[in-house]
Design a protein. Structure first.
Length: 228
């Protein structure tokens, strides 16, 4: 009887199918996560590279514009220095008298017209078939010291834009240069004494500023803090 009961209970028990797991399923899921992480890292690296490349291009462009403005200012500075070597009637730029404060510190002398306005170089002054889009300017003036003159120039990049009210730079680049020049009519020399004057006194000019001057010494600098 017991054998019959055991056989009956075994026959009536439901059969459960064994669980089936596909080989490699867990490995495939882990690989997907790794691939997604790698894609995210590659995307971030690509964005960083593109950003650095854009920043490098901007730096190179700014350096090029700054160099163009510097070259333009150098040209204007040399132009006004050369004007000192000409007779007053032949000068294209006006030599201003000494003033306090100095003429180059006044914004109106650079942005407005007038007898004390800075000289804006023309196409003839530049002497090039391709003049700069924004012409440079220079201003020369006497100082309180005999035979000592100050020449200030500023040059611009092609994309220069100025504020209409203040004249300050809104876009582009502007470079300011200034030279301190010792120049006389050709008879004097730095530190030389003259007749009727004490040792070391500046000699009197034979033409009292009415003739061409000869530049004997010059020092120049870039103005890192321009007046406006």
């Amino acid at each position: 009887m017991s054998e019959l009961r055991f056989s009956a209970s075994r026959a009536s028990a439901p059969r459960v199918a064994p669980a089936f797991t596909r080989p490699g399923a867990a490995a495939h899921g882990f690989s997907l996560i790794i691939a997604m992480l790698m894609l995210a890292v590659i995307g971030l690296a690509s964005a960083a590279i593109m950003r650095n490349a854009t920043s490098g291009d901007q730096v190179a462009t700014n350096n090029r514009l700054q160099t163009q403005a510097n070259q333009s200012a150098q040209f204007a500075l040399r132009f006004c220095e050369a004007q000192l070597g000409q007779a007053p009637a032949a000068r294209g730029a006006t030599l201003l008298d000494a003033a306090t404060p100095a003429a180059w510190t006044a914004q109106r002398n650079w942005t407005a017209s007038g007898s004390r306005a800075a000289h804006t170089l023309s196409v003839t002054d530049i002497g090039s078939s391709v003049p700069p889009r924004v012409p440079p300017q220079c201003l020369m003036e006497a100082t309180a010291l005999p035979h000592v003159y100050t020449i200030t120039a500023r040059g611009f990049s092609p994309d220069f834009r100025a504020d209409d009210r203040t004249g300050a730079t809104r876009s582009g680049a502007a470079v300011w240069l200034q030279a301190t020049v010792y120049a006389d009519d050709g008879d004097a020399a730095p530190g030389a004494g003259g007749s009727g004057q004490g040792d070391g006194a500046a000699p009197a000019s034979s033409c009292a500023g009415g003739c061409a001057l000869r530049v004997r010494q010059r020092v120049w600098q870039q103005l890192l803090t321009p007046p406006f």
